[in-house]
Structure formats: C-alpha cells, structure tokens
Write a protein that binds this ligand. Structure first.
Ligand code: CA
Length: 515
C-alpha cells in the first residue's frame, strides 16, 4: 500500500504571502495542507501558491521582500503564475544604504585544511595543471593539436601533473585593442594564465602579427618562476619550417614545464588558501530555498575558516543590491559595488536590453516569475558575512572573506571570469540541470531538488532537495558542501564533471568593439 501524498509547501519568511509547492510533479486541485490551506486549482511543483486573497495592485512578498504586484485578483489557494504579476522597479543606485548593516565578524573556524599545491606567489592550487595560453584564435587549432599529442606522448611520464589544457578563445585580433572595453578581455586572459591551479609556469603561443602581443597579455615581469626563461612560442618566427617545427617547439617547451610541475607534491594548506567561486545556472524556485541557502551556510563556514568566497552575476544581484550595499564592510566597498552595477546598467542600456532579459524560459517554467524573485534567491548563496571587496570583470582577487566579482550571469563567461579572479574551487547550484564543468578548477554541482539529483545521479554531486523534503536541514547540507570542497580540493574526491571530463570552453567577456 502506498502512503497518501502529503501536500507540502515552503514559506521562507513570516512576511511572505506566497509559498512554493514542494511535492514532485505538483499537486491537484483540492489538496489540503497541514496549515488548512486548500488548493483551488492544480499547481506545478516549485510554483507559487497564494496564501491570502490578493487584490489587483497588492504586493506579492517572498523572502520577506516585494517580488511583484498582483496584476489581477488572485484568490487564496490559487496559482500565482508569472503573468499574474508585474515587476517592481529596480532599486535606484542613487539612494542606497552604504555599509549601514555591516555584519559582525563571524566567529573563526580553526583547524580545517586541504592537501594542495603551494605556489611561489603564496597562493595554493587544488590541481597541478600545465596550461598553454594563446594570444589569438589563429593559433587555437594548432595548440589543440599539440595538446592532444602532449597528453598522449609526454604527460604519461609525469604522473604528478593532473592535466594539460589549452586556454583558447576568439579574442586577440580584429578587435579595437585600445578601446576602453578591451581592458576586460586582456586582463581576463592574463589572470587566467596566473590561476593558482596552473603553478605559475605558463607557455604562451602567439601567431606573430596579431594585435594583442604576448607582452601585453602576459608581461614576463608577472612570471617570477620563469625568471629569464623563454615562455613564448611564435608560429611566424623564421626558425619554424612548417607545422612540424611549430608543434615540436611547443612540445619541447611544454616538457620543460612538465618536468618541474611533476616535482610538486600536495602539502597541507589551511582552508584559508581556498578561493571558492559560487554560481548558479538553470535556476528554479527551489534554488532560493534549498541549494542556495545551503551554499550560503557553506560560504559562511569558508569565510570563518579564512577563505575567499566569490559570488558574481551582476544581473542576478542587481535587484537585491540594496541588501548588499548595506552589508558592505565600509562605504568604499559599497561604492565599488554601485560602480559595477552602474557600469552594467549602462552596458545593458547601450544594447537596448534591460534586466528583464535575464530570466530564461527554463527559469520561468521552474517557477521563477521575474528577475526580482531570481535575485533574492541568488543572493542567498552569498551567506551572511560582510562584503569585503568588489572586483571589476577579469580582475584578480587577493582579498579574503566574501568578495563580489562583477560578471555577466552567463555560466561560461561567469566561470571564466571567476577563474581569472583566481578561483581554485567552484560550486554551482542548479534547478533545471546542466552538465557544466571547467578544466581549470573542480566544479561541485548542487541540485535544488531531489528529483533532479536522482535523474542525474552521475552528474550531480550534492542533493540539496533533501531540505525541501524535510530529510536534511540547511545546516546539514551546508556542512556537507563545506567538507566536500575540502575533499575535492585535496584530490581525494573527483567531481562528476571531472570524472567524465566535462569541460566547457572559456568564454571571454568583451564589451569592446570588434573591427
Ligand atoms: Ca550563471
């Protein structure tokens, strides 16, 4: 005999007048909740039910904040679909609270370590990777060819090196290299090459005639490990007679790096050496009640352990910016955040787009009505600590604690920019599901609901849906994520994305003109 289904919903805040249906597959009309509420129509899973009678113009409240206004009358127990709501205006950037509610420093969490690779610049890697950087797309196919041969013919002799990767992209020529926007892709490529998981030993491949020259992308002064050693292979140099010579030169330089990288061994590093980038993709209405709050709890643990936690995605925090400027460590940090929001508002305006361009059809099908609701759920993953610093797109981060790195919300661009910011571990929450992964840093994927974690049992690393079913608390899953980060960072546990080798391409953010 199967047990009768117990209708369940989640109400996040006492002020909320809507709640989220938790039961897999949704609920039929007539379902009665333990609160006494009766559904007057069928509701899909993860969508919103009205807890009170709403009149046209009434505020719709979730997370204790207004996510929209009723566009028509909505009865108690009825579905609150996307088209029954109008969106509130975004918070004006001119009248935001500046560091008015800076959280007190969280109590320190001592004694947590991982086994990592110590770098000359003081950072630590969670992987030991040789990366071959490129200045221009023209050389990408040649580098890909050489990397395949290096992996097959040379890498097996250097077992302490985890991988050889090519950092290829479509920038470097045919672009307005002096335009203000060019600074972003150029510094992104520089800082990608300096990621802690790459050991400070890059090889740079240049064509020769391209606009972005190696010294501009990655000056030798930034490579103390290499001292005066050559680090550039230029395909148009006279010494190369044919493709074979180019590949041979590249393989020879790669081998000199592999010899040194192979001598490195994992050593005990404090958890404060972690730089954990947080992101979400394929969000749904559960994101803000399961995976993101659990990740927020883990983020607080990381901050307490002295680590750096990076959150990003400008268009997903824009509508919650008033909560973040208040949380800034000081007024200067709050103003840095406003500067990045204003830059992005302008960028979107130039493209004749606005924040409503963010939620995807999948987000909406997953129960997220608009960007306000999405933003409030997204910010939950940043935990509760003070915002310590703000970085512009592609800038490297050295600050400890919770840091905002301004990026688009696009999964691949955000991931690439977080790697440039020096991320050595990535945690990614998803409701709709994505097989996303990165070659440069491990990606732990957290599902917002158990049905996804079960269906994608060999892609999802953590099931936060147990919070919705009542089988685990936010704290339980937060600790689980924290401990898993330390194990993955130590090489003791391999994420599903790494097991299958699911490594998405680097995607640069280039707001500058293409010529
Ligand atoms: Ca994203």
């Amino acid at each position: 005999m199967t047990e009768p289904i117990k209708p369940r919903y989640i109400r996040v805040d006492d002020r909320d007048n809507v709640a989220i249906i938790v039961n897999p597959g949704g609920l039929p009309a007539g379902s009665v909740f333990s609160s006494g509420l009766t559904l007057i129509e069928a509701l899909p899973e993860a969508h919103k039910v009205a807890l009170v009678d709403l009149n046209p113009g009434d505020a719709i409240v979730r997370y204790g904040s207004v996510i929209g206004y009723a566009a028509r009358a909505i009865a108690r127990g009825a579905w609150v679909p996307e088209d029954a709501m109008t969106s509130p205006a975004p918070p004006s950037l001119d009248a935001l609270p500046l560091a008015t509610a800076t959280p007190a420093t969280l109590p320190p969490l001592n004694g947590y370590t991982f086994q990592g690779y110590r770098n000359a610049d003081g950072t630590a890697g969670t992987k030991n990777i040789l990366a071959i950087s490129t200045t221009v797309q023209c050389v990408a196919a040649t580098v890909d060819y050489a990397v395949r041969r290096i992996k097959n013919e040379i890498l097996p002799r250097y077992p302490n090196v985890d991988d050889v990767i090519a950092i290829t992209h479509n920038y470097g020529c045919g672009v307005a290299i002096q335009a203000p926007g060019a600074a972003i892709p150029i510094r992104t490529l520089r800082n990608l090459s300096l990621n802690p998981n790459l050991g400070g030993e890059p090889v740079v491949v240049s064509l020769g005639c391209e606009k972005m020259q190696p010294a501009q992308m990655l000056p030798s002064s930034m490579l103390p490990v290499l001292a005066d050693e050559p680090y550039v292979v230029r395909l148009q140099d006279e010494e190369h007679h044919g493709f074979g010579d180019m590949v041979a030169a590249l393989m020879e330089m790669a081998e000199s790096r592999l010899e040194r990288l192979n001598r490195r061994v994992r050593v005990t590093c404090p958890a404060s050496d972690l730089v954990v980038g947080l992101q979400c993709g394929g969000s749904d209405a559960f994101s803000g009640v399961t995976a993101n709050p659990a990740l927020g709890f883990a983020a607080d643990l990381l901050v307490r352990a002295g680590a750096t936690v990076i959150f990003s995605e400008v268009t997903e925090v824009r509508d919650a910016v008033h909560l973040l400027t208040a949380r800034a460590a000081n007024e200067a940090v709050a103003r840095d955040l406003i500067r990045e929001m204003a830059w992005y508002d302008n960028y979107l305006a130039l493209g004749e787009a606005d924040r409503s361009a963010n939620p995807s059809p999948g987000n909406k099908k997953g129960g997220l009505a608009n960007i306000v609701e999405k933003a409030l759920g997204s910010v939950a993953k940043a935990g509760t600590s003070a915002l310590m610093a703000v970085a512009a797109p592609g800038e490297r981060i050295t600050q400890k604690g919770l840091v905002f790195a301004a990026t688009p919300a696009s999964d691949f661009i955000c991931g690439t920019l977080q790697l440039a910011a020096s991320m050595n571990m990535h945690v990614f929450t998803t409701g709709r599901g994505t097989p996303y992964g990165l070659a440069m840093a491990p990606v732990i994927k957290v599902a917002t609901r158990t049905s996804l974690a079960e269906r994608w049992h060999d892609l999802i690393d953590v099931d936060a849906g147990r919070i919705a079913t009542g089988d685990a608390t936010i704290e339980d899953v937060g600790w689980e994520i924290f401990r898993l980060i330390l194990k993955v960072a130590s090489g003791e546990h391999v994420t599903w994305a790494d097991k299958w080798g699911l490594h998405n391409e680097y995607a640069l953010f280039n707001p500058g003109p293409v010529t």
